[in-house]
Write a protein that binds this ligand. Structure first.
Ligand code: NAD
Length: 274
């Protein structure tokens, strides 16, 4: 045996006990699925995102009861760099160091390039790309000092390939992939990993909104949009589930994944294998 690393034990059920995870955009959809999965694996969780206060409090209490872990919520707006920095400072001063940062908040808008609204372009770049940078920038000093950290970005199949009418989204997600690689290189010797999970179509409110938009752009019915457009590139012909994405996040956060950094893991039903 020439390996210098100690053997990696099998992933125990509560493999993330003692870790604290901040998941942006976790009041809904994929972020909520990732937060639930990390909490089930033993991590304490800080939720973030929009929604009505009572609904968010119900979710927070539900996850805490289900898992027995601590679950908090901070309502930072991911369009605002100062709110992102303040959120991370608050978690680290009031709750615990951020061991796992999941940059997940994201929005979509579908339009041809020449009529793409300028405010939508700016908003998508701000939430889907800039916020990832601001979050990483704020957690890295602590992670490097503690010599342990996991940064998991929600990319997309659209971080790797393009589709028409999604210029801002595809640009932002490709940018996230570039940032993932740079951060991985800068942190490789500090016990910190940075990766992107790249889902295909997952049934969430974000996709529900897209269906309506795509009906207009393509002049197709809802069923035609789901079958002919959304699931056409996805060979499994079914939506990915948030639980499937959550399971990959738990793995990436585990010690078994410590040599995986600067890469993407596709959870896309075979989309980019074409
Ligand atoms: P969603 O609409 O269900 O959830 C988005 C989350 O982000 C919500 O919690 C929302 O409150 C939050 N959010 C939006 N704007 C915010 C802001 N300014 N500040 C703070 N929080 C904000 O969408 P989803 O489908 O779960 O998408 C989550 C991520 O997954 C996004 O990055 C998206 O690009 C990515 N993704 C989704 C799919 C899919 O098919 N649904 C596929 C690939 C990647």
């Amino acid at each position: 045996m020439t390996s210098q690393a100690s053997p990696v034990p099998p992933v125990p059920v509560r493999s993330l006990a003692g870790r604290t995870a901040l998941v942006t955009g976790s009041t809904s959809g994929i972020g909520l699925g990732i937060a639930r999965a990390l909490a089930a694996a033993g991590a304490d969780i800080v939720l973030n995102g929009f929604g009505d206060a009572a609904g968010i409090e119900r979710l927070r209490a539900e996850i805490a009861t289900e898992t027995g872990g601590a679950v908090g919520f901070i309502a930072a707006d991911m369009r605002k760099p100062e709110q992102i920095a303040a959120m991370i400072a608050e978690v680290e001063s009031r709750i615990a160091p951020v061991d796992i940062l999941v940059n997940n908040a994201g929005i979509q808008y579908v339009s041809p390039v020449e009529s793409f609204p300028l405010d939508k372009w700016d908003e998508i770049i701000a939430i889907n790309l800039n916020a990832v940078f601001h979050g990483i920038r704020a957690v890295l000093p602590g992670m490097k000092a503690r010599r342990w950290g996991r940064i998991i970005n929600t990319g997309s199949a659209h971080a790797l390939v393009a589709s028409p009418f999604k210029s801002a989204y595809v640009s932002a997600k490709h940018g996230v992939m570039g940032l993932t690689k740079v951060v991985a290189l800068e942190t490789a010797e500090y016990g910190v990993t940075c990766n992107s999970i790249c889902p295909g179509y997952v049934w969430t409110p974000l996709v529900e909104t897209q269906i309506a938009d795509q009906c207009t752009v393509h002049n197709k019915s809802r069923e035609e949009v789901i079958h002919d457009i959304l699931l056409a590139p996805q060979p499994t012909r079914r939506f990915v589930t948030v639980e499937e994405v959550g399971a990959v996040a738990v793995f990436l956060a585990s010690d078994g994944a410590r040599s995986i950094t600067g890469t993407s893991i596709s959870v896309d039903g075979g989309w980019i294998a074409r």
